[in-house]
Design a binder for this molecule. Sequence first.
Ligand code: SAM
Ligand code: DTB
Ligand code: SF4
Length: 331
Amino acid sequence: MNQAATPQTLQFHKKLVPHASEQRWTVEAVAELFALPFNDLLFRAQTVHREYFDPHKVQLSTLLSIKTGGCPEDCGYCPQSVRYDTGVTSQDLMPLEEVLDAAKAAKAAGASRFCMGAAWRGPKQRDIEEVKQMIAGVKSLGLQTCATLGMLKEGMAGELKDAGLDYYNHNLDTAPEKYDDIIGTRGYDDRLDTLRQVREAGMNVCCGGIVGMGESREERAGLLAQLANLDPQPESVPINNLVKVEGTPLADQEGIDWSEFVRTIAVARIVLPQSFVRLSAGRQQMPEAMQALCFLAGANSIFYGEKLLTTGNPEADGDRALFAKLDLQPL
Ligand code: SAM
Ligand code: DTB
Ligand code: SF4
């Protein structure tokens, strides 16, 4: 019988065919993954990795800070906040030609994506106009484009997408419970709202966080549960190990053991099976063997090139040598 749907029948059908958004990862379930014996966790992560990806391929993104320092926000990890004395000087938005030169160099070195970062709370409309030209120029070089410009206002994501932006990076940074210890000038909901706008504009989402900021394992699980429950899941998930910068409130933070970082990558791989998991900031401080374990745990993307935004990253030559040792190829 073709019966009109009532709230009750809808409820019934929802139970039969749960929508993706209802298949949620609980923090407890994610924490159980963290608690697996290390070798079991890595085996499981590698198995999931091979279901969806070629385990020998790693995606390479090169970063450029197009607007450095002087940021009004108070993110406790960040050397670019105007509130902390870190030695980073404030610069204006970079001229278009300089951005394109950097993009050409990144492409020549083998990067497939070029990510432009700006130390803004969010872009103003006149900034959008300039960044759109950068996006179009970088795209015309045959590179994938990514930008991380802070919080967006309605309409901006669509404009960026129309200019040729493939990915927008906006991180949740940490678990909701930990968030207020780290950032006071924008809320978790503000971040989710920008991510919604990016999705609605039809762009790929790059969204991850930072570990080693004094969070508990449960809070690391909380961050990964948040990321895993985004619907659809982000295409790209940067996992940053805090880069401790003198002058920031987190400069003396103890950080996490290498094994706990590798576990974090492995759990990310399991709960975000189809996402590119990027071994992100903090790689310069990691021994090669630790990076190798991260690739084994399912990391399949890196920042490539000697600089992140204001801090260092391994030299491209060194990364090429590491890839040769591990039989990895750029995607
Ligand atoms: N200003 C924009 C914003 O915050 O939305 C975009 C650039 S911001 C630098 C991009 C991301 O870099 C942050 O969300 C954070 O996850 C990461 N990041 C910044 N400083 C870091 C540090 N010292 N160590 C690790 N990751 C860091
Ligand atoms: C992300 O998750 N990590 C990158 C990128 N997205 C923009 C930034 C890392 C910044 C590290 C500190 C610095 O170099 O200033
Ligand atoms: Fe500003 Fe972004 Fe740094 Fe926060 S992370 S202080 S918003 S540049």
